[in-house]
Design a protein around this ligand. Structure first.
Ligand SMILES: *[C@@H]1O[C@H](CO)[C@@H](O)[C@H](O)[C@H]1NC(C)=O
Ligand SMILES: *[C@@H]1O[C@H](CO)[C@@H](O)[C@H](O)[C@H]1NC(C)=O
Ligand SMILES: *[C@@H]1O[C@H](CO)[C@@H](O)[C@H](O)[C@H]1NC(C)=O
Ligand SMILES: *[C@@H]1O[C@H](CO)[C@@H](O)[C@H](O)[C@H]1NC(C)=O
Ligand SMILES: *[C@@H]1O[C@H](CO)[C@@H](O)[C@H](O)[C@H]1NC(C)=O
Length: 227
């Protein structure tokens, strides 16, 4: 008798205090593969005030090939006008997702209804503004019924994490190749060659001027040392 009372009470409390979030991953780039499903996850973090000992945190994965996912039994702060905040962060190894963060707000209304609101983040501004600041960003509200929608922007760009080192000097990435490929490097090399080669050319073309120039240079040097 006592046990069943506790059970019923527990059930009632759960109905009142716990709730769930439904989400759907709308995949527009063909069919979801098993690999993509396995490498896509949804993390939920409780922020702000919490009634439990530690802020709630959980991870969930896609439930089916249609992209459904769900968070159940969330701890909600009790009391009229009490709010509970969660941040839903979505990640995939294979795709860039949007919104990648969603702020979820639960408000316990006076008539007993638990209202759920969702706000998406702006790209590049991953943290949601604190209510304590004077002019916080106005958040874009998104639909939460029948589910939160996460969509795909694009396939995550493939990155090669290593590059084969090339030893041939004539190759594009070799020493000569890299100089020939860069206008500035090429200009530098030509300038250096001209500076060194000019006196020699002058010697061949106009020996008299070369002699005069050399004497001038010598004179200048002597003056320098004399000072
Ligand atoms: C996606 O899956 C459906 C049903 O399993 C199949 O008919 C369709 O050909 C698939 N499309 C691609 C692009 O693989
Ligand atoms: C947390 O609770 C305190 C006291 O009840 C309240 O002043 C504050 O605004 C709450 N913070 C949030 C984020 O709800
Ligand atoms: C809850 O919020 C509503 C609307 O802001 C307000 O009218 C009401 O007095 C609040 N109730 C409590 C108990 O704070
Ligand atoms: C409680 O109030 C909200 C907003 O005022 C309303 O949408 C909701 O239907 C109400 N719930 C009940 C059970 O009256
Ligand atoms: C230059 O090096 C790359 C990378 O090692 C190689 O794929 C390419 O065939 C080389 N090109 C020439 C012209 O040797």
């Amino acid at each position: 008798m006592k046990l069943s009372c506790i059970y019923v009470l527990n059930l009632l409390l759960n109905v009142c205090l716990a709730t769930s979030i439904n989400g759907k991953f709308e995949f527009s780039l063909g069919n979801l593969t098993k690999n993509a499903i396995r490498r896509t996850s949804f993390n939920l973090y409780q922020i702000g005030n919490y009634s439990t000992q530690d802020p709630y945190k959980t991870t969930t994965h896609l439930l089916d090939l249609d992209g459904n996912f769900k968070f159940d039994d969330l701890p909600i702060n009790t009391g009229i006008n009490e709010t509970t905040y969660f941040v839903l962060s979505s990640s995939s190894l294979d795709y860039n997702l949007f919104p990648n963060r969603i702020l979820i707000e639960f408000v316990q209304l006076e008539n007993g209804t638990l209202q759920m609101n969702g706000f998406k983040n702006y790209f590049g501004r991953e943290y949601f503004p604190s209510k304590d600041i004077t002019h916080p960003d106005k958040l874009d509200q998104i639909a939460v019924e029948p589910y939160l929608t996460i969509s795909v922007i694009q396939k995550a760009p493939f990155r090669a994490y290593f590059q084969i080192r090339n030893s041939g000097i004539m190759n594009d990435s070799g020493i000569v190749g890299s100089i020939l490929n860069s206008r500035w490097k090429l200009a530098g090399v030509i300038t250096v060659i001209c500076v060194f080669a000019f006196p020699m050319f002058l010697d061949k073309i106009d020996p008299d001027t070369a002699i005069i120039m050399r004497e001038e240079a010598l004179k200048k040097k002597k003056e320098q040392y004399a000072n």
